[in-house]
Design a protein around this ligand. Structure first.
Ligand code: ADP
Ligand code: MG
Length: 318
């Protein structure tokens, strides 16, 4: 049975109290608690940073079951917090940034701005390229929009929701439901197949939909590789899995961090074409950051980050 067979719709509709749903919810909680206990047990013994595997005696299927349990547990907690995400926008920008500031303490203890943006917006379905040199704050900006990094001040409105005012778990919920993120280093889980990677992305969002996961992998040309693990794939293939996963929860916005950075020119062009057409097909806006001047011609809207980002710490790094 899929993990999310009876998950409420993504609009935040509460679960109705039928007996089956209560039983299923109890099962998912137990599954999640078991997963948490086993994971804590393993990490206490081995003192490692997060690694989504459980004790060595567990089979891969068990690992997957438990990892999905963690996702279910996380979603149930979120539902209990009544986090409702409004992704329906009509006359507003999909993404709106105002007076956003993020800085870090330098080695000398002095605070250095990395991001200082007065105003920025992106409409639903729009595709935009933000160009910037290495160190100009591209990844920091995407991580701020995704809620992975917390802003010092300012507002980021995504789908009408002020991300900067949300708790960490609410930001996680928002990210899972509204955003797709193609990380520069892909962030795939090596112990799991391509299909499982995409499905695990779904576990934290709207719920597992195997047919859709398979259709995404087919769309990125990896139908015959769905049972391969990422370490059995080329760089370009791994990136395509990351693109499929980014679209797995039917996000309104896809963030892509230097997606052509690790690819040769031919694969870079193919990859760009794929990301852009997949976003169009799925009605997702695209905000792509890159230092690659080759891809400029593929976007209607191109902006230099230096025009947007007035951070004082950027002069030294660019
Ligand atoms: P880009 O993605 O454009 O290469 P980044 O956003 O990764 O740039 O980094 C911009 C600047 O912010 C860099 O000078 C980097 O050293 C600094 N920076 C990023 N993250 C941190 C951090 N966690 N602590 C301190 N400085 C950071
Ligand atoms: Mg970067």
């Amino acid at each position: 049975m899929p993990v999310c067979a009876i998950h409420p719709s993504r609009q935040g509709v509460p679960i109705r109290c039928s007996r089956t749903r209560r039983l299923y919810s109890i099962h998912r909680r137990l599954q999640g608690i078991l997963a948490l206990l086993l994971w804590a047990f393993r990490n206490a013994r081995k003192c490692r940073s997060f690694q989504p595997y459980f004790p060595g005696s567990c089979s891969r299927e068990w690992n997957l079951y438990l990892l999905r349990g963690l996702a279910s547990f996380y979603r149930l907690e979120r539902e209990a917090e009544s986090v409702s995400v409004n992704t329906c926008l009509s006359d507003m920008s999909l993404l709106a940034i105002a007076n956003l500031v993020k800085g870090y303490a330098s080695e000398g203890g002095e605070r250095v701005d990395v991001v200082r943006i007065a105003s920025f917006s992106l409409d639903a379905g729009e595709q935009m390229l933000l160009q910037g040199e290495s160190g100009s704050g591209k990844s920091t900006l995407l991580n701020l929009i995704a809620g992975i990094v917390v802003a010092d001040s300012g507002e980021i409105r995504l789908g009408g929701e002020n991300m900067t005012a949300l708790s960490e778990s609410a930001r996680d919920a928002h990210r899972a439901q509204s955003l797709g993120y193609v990380f520069q280093n892909f962030n795939l889980l090596d112990g799991y197949s391509c299909l499982e990677n995409v499905e695990l992305g779904m576990s934290f969002g709207a719920g597992v939909d195997r047919a859709f996961a398979q259709s995404l992998l087919e769309r990125v040309g990896l139908k015959d590789r769905e049972n391969y693990r990422p370490d059995q794939l080329s760089q370009g293939q791994r990136q395509r899995v990351a693109v499929a996963r980014a679209l797995a929860n039917r996000p309104k916005l896809v963030l892509a961090d230097e997606p052509t950075g690790n690819l040769d020119p031919k694969n870079a062009a193919l990859s760009m074409e794929l990301i852009q057409s997949l976003c169009r097909e799925n009605d997702a806006a695209l905000l792509l950051v890159s230092h690659d001047p080759q891809i400029e011609s593929q976007f209607d809207r191109v902006l230099g980050l230096s025009e947007l980002n007035q951070a004082n710490g950027m002069e030294a790094s660019t």
